[in-house]
Design a protein around this ligand. Structure first.
Ligand code: FAD
Length: 412
């Protein structure tokens, strides 16, 4: 893939029209008025048929699983193979939304991360009960791993616990922070550790549970105030003696153990999250570049447009280099994904590290090109910067990406 296809360009045009008509007019409320993004996301899904596509894909995959569970033989692989999920629609949505409201991508993406965790590790019953409504965005999902005392060291430092009772239920305790959609989530994928006497807390088994809003003992905080990404509500979760039956345990009961997920399960979610941030970065860079080129032609100082000064030209050229690099990474990712050629964790980390740093640098230089106007909300580059800045932190900080890449290199 070296260019968007004509069909993708058409789809992109339609998405842009939707955003300009439905989201841009709400910018003030999304940025400063705490308007939750979920009705907008549902409308977006309906308008572009994403809910129906997700439902059809869900039904097909469940029918296949049920047939297998009933011991039915399936048609040859070529006839039953899942349609390769064409990533380009998600990518185009992410790109276009990031021009105006990157938070919506995060809010939408985290519901899909929660859905993905359930769809990849859940039983048929769990998928039906919780997965479908997340896939169609009918319900809001959260994926909760970070705690006040454990962020980068998410597994080692985690102190939230699950205690197995004699009746076979689990009692969950602990707190989570910085949880996207936390204040509004209907379904929460909650990651904690099995309380195992005599086992070093750092080494205890990781367990993943699916929780519902309103369960006794579960408190969802209000929105945390933050620097940017205002169209993505972020909050805390507090669990005090929440009782979860085994039907809520994701990853099932592993043979010979007290069950639960492996450390590699959330890692698969990390890889998807890392790769997803690339299209967000490209959206920010493209928008900054557009705004800056326009401004450099219009803004006159010393009787010349500032675009005629080489120091400004250098900034524009650097932005274009970043745009090309990120776009090439993204095309490579889409091509590989559509052909089923896996990307390693280290490669996903490398893409995230490069593209998010580039996006933050571009947005910062965009403010510089705009001078004092760049610091004013009206000119939009300040929001692009505020929105981009978190991309170097969430989904694993820059430093954690470096660690993943270096570990992979050094293990060869
Ligand atoms: C807006 C937003 C949304 C989020 N959404 C979610 C969500 O939906 N679900 C969820 O579970 N989490 C979420 N997070 C949490 C996010 O993933 C963490 O903030 C991130 O992983 C970093 O953890 P931390 O904030 O605890 O920083 P820390 O881990 O405390 O790191 C502080 C600094 O120390 C550095 N550091 C730490 N360890 C090392 C090391 N070994 N070597 C070198 N440097 C190191 C870090 O890179 C960083 O610079 C969100 C965060 C934000 C800001």
């Amino acid at each position: 893939m070296i260019e968007w296809s004509e069909q993708q360009k058409l789809a992109r045009g339609e998405i842009r029209k939707f955003i300009e008509a439905e989201i841009v007019p709400l910018n003030e409320q999304l940025e400063y008025g705490d308007l939750p993004p979920y009705d907008i996301i549902r409308k977006l899904y309906r308008t572009f048929g994403i809910d129906e596509i997700s439902r059809a894909r869900f039904e097909k995959s469940i029918a296949k699983e049920e047939a297998l569970a009933n011991g039915e033989s399936l048609a040859p692989a070529s006839e039953t193979a899942e349609d390769d999920k064409d990533l380009s629609i998600d990518t185009l949505l992410s790109l276009e939304l990031c021009r105006h409201a990157a938070g919506i991508v995060t809010a939408m993406g985290v519901t899909q991360l929660a859905a993905g965790a359930i769809m990849s590790k859940g039983s048929i019953e769990q998928k039906k009960r919780w997965g479908l409504d997340l896939l169609t965005a009918e319900k809001v999902g959260s994926w909760a791993i970070t705690e006040p005392g454990s962020g980068s060291d998410a597994f080692g430092g985690m102190t939230s616990t699950a205690q197995l009772t004699s009746e076979g239920n689990y009692v969950l305790n602990g707190s989570k922070t910085f949880i996207t959609n936390g204040p509004y989530a209907d379904t929460i994928v909650f990651i904690c550790k099995l309380l195992e006497e005599g086992v070093d807390p750092r080494q205890r088994k990781i367990m993943t549970f699916i929780l519902d809003k309103g369960m006794p003992g579960l408190e969802q905080s209000g929105r945390l105030r933050k620097m940017g990404l205002h169209s993505s509500p972020t909050g805390q979760l507090f669990l005090d003696g929440v009782v979860a039956g085994p039907e809520r345990l994701l990853g099932g009961q592993s043979k010979g153990t007290k069950g639960g997920a492996k450390r590699s399960d959330p890692k698969a979610t990390f890889a998807a999250e890392r790769a997803g941030v690339v299209s967000m970065s490209l959206g920010v860079v493209e928008r900054c570049l557009e705004l800056c080129v326009e401004y450099a032609k219009e803004r006159v100082q010393w009787e010349k447009p500032i675009g005629e000064y080489q120091l400004v030209q250098l900034k524009l050229a650097d932005m274009e280099v970043a745009r090309l690099n990120i776009q090439n990474m993204l095309f490579n990712y889409i091509e590989r994904k559509n052909k089923g050629v896996a990307m390693s964790f280290a490669e996903a980390s490398a893409m995230k590290l490069y593209s998010t740093k580039a996006a933050v640098e571009v947005a910062s230089e965009a403010i510089q090109i705009f001078g004092g106007n760049g610091y004013m909300a009206e000119y939009k580059v300040e929001q692009l910067y505020r929105d981009a800045r978190v991309m170097r932190i969430y989904g694993g900080t820059d430093e954690m990406q470096v660690r993943a890449i270096a570990r992979d290199l050094l293990s060869r």
